[in-house]
Design a protein around this ligand. Structure first.
Ligand SMILES: [Zn+2]
Length: 236
């Protein structure tokens, strides 16, 4: 039997689409902001690598290595090996964007060095969130498919698993905002940048932060969709 498409459209899919649009907007904005400030040279002529070294030393951190990693926007801090990895567009670049990104990653290194609580929570949530996002949908779909007592149990377990992934996205927010705030504060106070340049760094890091906000919003919308879809079945 043939069912036309419109019989099968799930109206809660709009929540997924809103998430997709938010993520696309955030990623377009971060790309254009980066492209703009990658072309602006910072007045001190510091490379991302040099800026990172100064920020770390200024914070009294001498045991973190700074390495070059390939790729674009692949910059990250690896707390296990105490290595700060800066990408092609950051390591040797003397742009305002490069210094901003380098200082942001230093912000993560400082968070670890000072035992900043949200970054510990985030670290603890990584395996839980990965496992949760893998098993959530299978549990929910099996729960919806079967009948009987175990149906609502499986659905509730699936929702719990998905919530762990949402929680991870939420805990990421203070970690990222705090790393950027540290970066902006340090760059503005240690003479590495003029106030005007710090304003430009704020724009770059603000755009980057929006991508995390979009991810968190997307995860919440998906959770909402699951709650709507399973509404009638959860307390059978
Ligand atoms: Zn970050």
């Amino acid at each position: 039997m043939y069912y036309p498409m419109y019989y099968r459209i799930d109206p809660t899919y709009i929540l997924v689409l809103i998430g997709v649009v938010l993520s696309l907007l955030a990623s377009a904005r971060v790309k254009s902001t980066f492209a703009r400030y990658q072309r602006v040279r910072n007045r001190a002529g510091l490379t991302g690598h040099e800026a990172a070294e100064r920020v770390l030393h200024g914070a009294g951190i001498y045991d973190v290595r700074i390495e070059h990693v390939s790729g674009n926007l692949t910059d990250h801090y690896d707390p296990r090996n105490k290595v700060l990895r800066l990408s092609d567009s950051t390591y040797n670049s003397v742009s305002v964007a490069a210094v901003g990104v380098a200082a942001h990653e230093c912000g993560h290194a400082i968070q670890h060095a000072t035992n900043y609580a949200p970054i510990r929570w985030r670290g603890a949530l990584v395996p839980v969130a990965n496992f949760g996002s893998t098993i959530a949908w299978p549990l929910i779909l099996i729960g919806l498919f079967i009948t009987g007592e175990s149906s609502s149990l499986l659905i509730n377990l699936g929702i719990l698993a998905f919530s762990a992934a949402v929680l991870f996205q939420l805990v990421t927010l203070p970690v990222e905002f705090n790393a950027s705030n540290r970066a902006i504060r340090i760059l503005g106070s240690n003479g590495m940048m003029a106030q005007e340049e710090v304003g430009d760094v704020k724009k770059v890091l603000g755009a980057a932060a929006l991508t995390y906000v979009a991810s968190a919003a997307t995860a919440i919308l998906q959770l909402l969709r699951i709650l709507i879809l399973t509404g009638g079945r959860r307390d059978d």
